[in-house]
Design a protein around this ligand. Structure first.
Ligand code: FMN
Length: 308
């Protein structure tokens, strides 16, 4: 079997199509005991903000049918500590790294882009606009086309590197194509989709929301059909816009659905908590799934579900 799994996201050439999903494998180092991290398509790091952040109140996780709800709340060490401890490890180990960034304001995104643009070893920027805008009633940037494009315009204006900018979209919108179009017009080279869906679990013994932060993000297989639908819709409307697909991928078969819907690569998230080798396993399974259907390369299947 010799299936060519190489792919690309805009100008970024990838030897392998599976990546970690932001927030599900920290900065990749913990995965090193389970496989060669440099052989992954890329590590997408946990979203980093300008300053250290402690995240939301506990409990922060709840199991749900075929998924999980988390309210970590962008906990992290802040940009400088990330560069010193995490990015340096990734660079030393030749890992293709997509840095995920988050901010509470357009200015915070801009500042992060300025700080990162000359840092070597960044293969791509994933701009997590699925976080609340502190200056606009806590509204999530990715839920409004104007806020979403304001962030991407600011990052684009400062980003002098040739590494692509991917906008990470939220599925919690009426029309995800409108948002994808607005970020593409603002200068995103591609989109990552989907982030978690907003959910809630109630503890009926004490009659309170179970998570300390009350609401949380739903991930895992439960959201996969929503994610596949989102990828399909965006690829149908914007066929030239590269898509990094994610949402409940557990197997090569699942990954193939995303590729056929229009994704050029996939991120592996929640499944990694139970199976840390999943990003490598899914790539191997994907090769078998393609081979079994007579395909010689992944590229020929991108968007295949739209043909005919
Ligand atoms: C515990 C946890 C933390 C996450 N943290 C981030 C994050 O920091 N930034 C981000 O863009 N997405 C974050 N996500 C969303 C994932 O990257 C992914 O988009 C989503 O979980 C869907 O994929 P999955 O079902 O394979 O997990 C997080 C998800 C989980 C479960």
């Amino acid at each position: 079997m010799s299936v060519d799994l190489s792919t690309s996201l805009g100008s970024l050439q990838l030897a392998a199509p599976t990546m970690t999903a932001s927030g599900c494998a920290a900065a990749g180092r913990e995965l090193a005991q389970f496989g060669d991290v440099a052989s992954l398509g890329a590590v997408v790091t946990k979203s980093i903000m300008l300053n250290p952040r402690s995240g939301r109140a506990t409990p922060r996780m709840a199991e749900t049918p075929s998924g999980m709800l988390n309210s970590i709340g962008l906990q992290g060490p802040g940009l400088e500590a990330f560069l010193e401890k995490d990015l340096s490890w990734l660079v030393e180990n030749d890992v293709t790294t997509i840095v995920s960034i988050a901010g509470g304001s357009v200015e915070e995104f801009r500042e992060i882009a300025i700080r990162l643009r000359d840092v070597p070893g960044i293969a791509g920027l994933e701009v997590n606009i699925s976080c609340p805008n502190v200056e606009s009633r806590g509204q999530v940037f990715a839920c409004d086309p104007n806020s979403a494009s304001a962030v991407i315009e600011a990052v684009r204006a400062e980003w002098t590197s040739s590494a692509p900018i991917l906008a990470k979209l939220s599925p919690d919108v009426t029309d995800i194509v409108t948002i994808a179009r607005s970020v593409a017009d603002a200068g995103a080279d591609g989109v990552s989709m989907i982030n978690t869906l907003l959910g809630m679990v109630i503890d009926v013994d004490n009659m309170r929301p179970l998570l300390g932060g009350r609401t949380g993000g739903l991930s895992g297989p439960a959201i996969r059909p929503v994610a596949v639908r989102a990828v399909y819709q965006v690829h149908a409307a914007l066929p030239d816009l590269p898509i990094l697909g994610m949402g409940g991928i557990r197997s090569g078969h699942d990954a193939l659905e995303f590729i056929a819907a229009g994704a050029s690569a996939v991120s592996i998230g929640t499944v990694v908590f139970g199976d840390p080798g999943a990003p490598w396993r899914v790539a191997a399974e994907l090769a078998k799934e393609l081979d079994a259907r007579g395909y010689g390369s992944l590229r020929e299947v991108v968007g295949a579900a739209h043909k005919g």
